[in-house]
Design a protein around this ligand. Sequence first.
Ligand SMILES: Nc1ncnc2c1ncn2[C@@H]1O[C@H](COP(=O)(O)OP(=O)(O)OP(=O)(O)O)[C@@H](O)[C@H]1O
Ligand SMILES: [Mg+2]
Length: 311
Amino acid sequence: MSASVTPEPINRFSYTAALKDGMKSMTPTQPAAMAPLVASSIFSRDAVSEAVTTQVMALEDVSVFYGDYEAVRNVDLEFGHREITALIGPSGCGKSTLLRSLNRMNDLIPGARVAGKVTYHGVDIYGSDVDAIELRRRVGMVFQKPNPFPKSIYDNIAYGPRVLRMPKSQIPDIVERSLRQAALWDEVKDKLKESGLALSGGQQQRLCIARCIAVQPDVILMDEPCASLDPIATSKIEDLMKQLADEFTIIIVTHNMQQAARVSDRTAFFTAELDEQGVRHGRLVEYAVTNKIFTAPADERTEAYVSGRFG
Ligand SMILES: Nc1ncnc2c1ncn2[C@@H]1O[C@H](COP(=O)(O)OP(=O)(O)OP(=O)(O)O)[C@@H](O)[C@H]1O
Ligand SMILES: [Mg+2]
């Protein structure tokens, strides 16, 4: 059992209350004397304990449905405080679906439904007294394709704090701090009034990370944040993620095995399994410290995937 850090309640004293009005079928096997799958030097964050010690979010027997279709089935998973957790697995195994269940983004998809329990600091986020908007402030999201608003760089960052009615006098400081934290300040400080859309793809993604940070989240969800970026921009985002983990809990979906190995503390491997009727369901196969997933996985499906023999 892991301890939980003391949270502010998300169902009381909400910043945004005012806004509501406005707006394994296979037997696990231990692969025999495997050659290393990735160079051991790649792991930059392998200092975490074997089990999660301080839990921020957890999934208990979570299934996610689109109408009658069960896209993800019976997942148990926990996310550690200020850790980076990578979700990996072949296309269609439900990574994005599961990520969206963590801040109730699935609420916005007609027909989508979550069964089981998703907790944030022990609170059931699907409880009737939880303010989904406040939850999404605490559990922010960065998408695959950078999506700046068609506004100035400054206004992209100021948007969230203004909506939350943070004091006007504090907004310039919040904008600067957020852009600094997202390692973008030096590149944009002289053109804050220019459009966010005029930035390069890598800069736009850092702008979106800055926008997410500006509302002081606790957890940052990232769905393939580097998928549209070149290797240099990708490397900047990876460095940034490692810095951000000093302050935030990060959960990242990635298809890039090297990236998962480089940035994450823990890795969850999912696959899509066929049931008796031939319907595919996303299943969690294995969850462990990243180094173990890549060098000594317990399940042969994980080994096949991380070594590039499957998926
Ligand atoms: N809005 C939706 N409506 C209906 N079915 C959906 C919806 N979104 C996803 N699905 C289905 O749920 C399953 C899981 O999809 P999801 O996008 O979560 O997979 P993924 O692991 O993120 O894939 P990828 O790696 O390609 O992004 C797939 O079968 C997909 O077709
Ligand atoms: Mg996806």
